[in-house]
Design a protein around this ligand. Structure first.
Ligand code: SAM
Length: 412
């Protein structure tokens, strides 16, 4: 078990509203833990495992679970996982440190903990992973899964492994997982969760390393990766995928199988407000026809899959900035109100064999408005961050891998 620092709280820390809020959070967590401390470790672990397997049972149920049922099950899983994180006794420093690495944002464990509640993201990944695992284990005795940037809860795999164990579907002889995360707090928390869930038999290794430089020693059958945010910005999904795809076995698969990033010119009010006024929750199933018809789709800015990644050529610019070229788009002509529209970038993800997640199903596929992209309009003040073009112009998109990843449009 890693040693981790303890951090003594000073009165100066309390004066900082940001720190104060986090402390309130952890104080509440501690109080909740005290209440729950009446439970024995075995009882807490049982409740944790049960919450994980119940959420998966709903996902795999032959009758479609309602949104309310799924929300309740995922909330229970989250609460139990946070209890486990509390048991790991991370220092405030480990819990809250967030920084920018050479290839993107490294989120703190306290901010990462919410991803286990992202119902339709987890559903789309878990169903895809399950199909891929079953497919591979139908002709192989065992497989190795690599899960980089897994975060403190590794939520795309740990619930599924709990379910496999509980239902006696697969065991640790058949599935071995390499968990990789660069954040020491995520690693400490992950070790605690795996131990609490008693899933040690499935662990090949837990590695604290940057996934863009880590080199696995064994060949990988499945690469499971989700390190992206909306608009395909900020986190290092592409840099990680591009590096690790080389370690896939010849017949190995990457999950997601493909990510398609698309652009559209929209009226922000219709797209982001009016359309969702009466919706119970944001989901592609609740897109409104009227809003869809109002959009001007620009097409695909970039597609990421195994073969695209293997062929992708990097360009090195000054100051070590690395970019790859994405697609070229011709801005449509004849759209009268183009100057009133904004660019929004969204993702559609196929995890495996028809499973996946569409626009609005999750934070990671939610369209992101880009207020620096002007068509047939001029910004009030010209700034080097603004991109100004006219209908009919051809635009080449590049993707910046370094610093804060994201698209850079350039007029051809
Ligand atoms: C949003 S969280 C977890 C996402 C997780 N895959 C999930 O499905 O919920 C992001 C985690 O990715 C890790 N991470 C981001 N970039 C990384 C990199 N280049 N190498 C290793 N870990 C990385 C961070 O340390 C953080 O723990």
């Amino acid at each position: 078990m890693e040693k981790h620092q303890t951090h003594s709280v000073t009165t100066a820390d309390y004066a900082d509203p940001k720190v104060d809020q986090l402390l309130k959070h952890t104080v509440r967590n501690q109080l909740e833990s005290l209440l729950k401390a009446k439970l024995t470790t075995a009882q807490r672990q049982q409740a944790l495992t049960q919450s994980f397997t119940e959420a998966m049972a709903l996902i795999f149920s032959s009758t479609q679970a309602t949104h309310a049922q799924l929300s309740a099950a995922f909330e229970a899983m989250y609460e139990q996982a946070v209890q486990s994180m509390t048991q790991a006794q991370l220092s405030e420093e480990l819990l809250t440190r967030q920084y920018i690495s050479p290839t993107g944002l490294i989120m703190s464990p306290i901010n990462c903990r919410h991803t286990i509640k992202d119902i339709y993201r987890i559903q789309g990944y878990v169903k895809g992973i399950d199909k891929a695992v079953r497919g591979m284990l139908s002709h192989k005795k065992s497989i190795t899964i690599l899960y980089p940037a897994c975060g403190p809860f590794a939520p795309l795999l740990l619930p599924l492994l709990s379910y496999y164990k509980d239902q006696h579907v697969f065991n640790g002889e058949q599935i071995k997982v390499l968990f990789v995360d660069t954040h020491p707090g995520a690693i400490v928390s992950l070790r605690q969760l795996i131990s609490d869930l008693q899933l040690g038999e499935f662990v090949a290794d837990i590695i604290e390393e940057d996934a863009t430089t880590y080199e696995p020693q064994e060949s990988i059958d499945l690469l499971v990766l989700e390190a992206m945010q909306h608009g395909f910005t900020r986190e290092g999904q592409l840099a990680i995928a591009k590096h690790l795809v080389k370690f896939l076995a010849l017949d190995g698969w990457m999950i997601p199988h493909s990510v398609s990033i698309k652009g559209m010119m929209v009226h922000g009010e219709t797209e982001f407000n009016q359309q969702w006024k009466d919706a119970e929750y944001c989901h592609s199933a609740h897109l409104q026809d009227g809003a869809l018809q109002e959009r001007v789709e620009l097409g695909e800015l970039m597609r990421i899959d195994k073969s695209a990644l293997l062929q992708m050529q990097e360009l090195a610019l000054e100051d070590g900035v690395r970019v790859v070229s994405a697609n070229t788009i011709t801005l449509p002509t004849g759209v009268e109100d183009m100057s009133e529209r904004i660019l929004a970038v969204y993702a559609q993800i196929t995890t495996f064999d028809g499973e996946g997640l569409d626009q609005y199903d999750s934070g990671i596929t939610h369209p992101k408005p880009d207020m620096s992209f002007y068509v047939d309009a001029k910004p009030r003040e010209l700034d080097h961050m603004h991109f100004v073009a006219n209908s009919g112009d051809t635009v080449q998109f590049y993707y910046q891998l370094s610093g804060m990843p994201g698209f850079v449009p350039v007029k051809v």
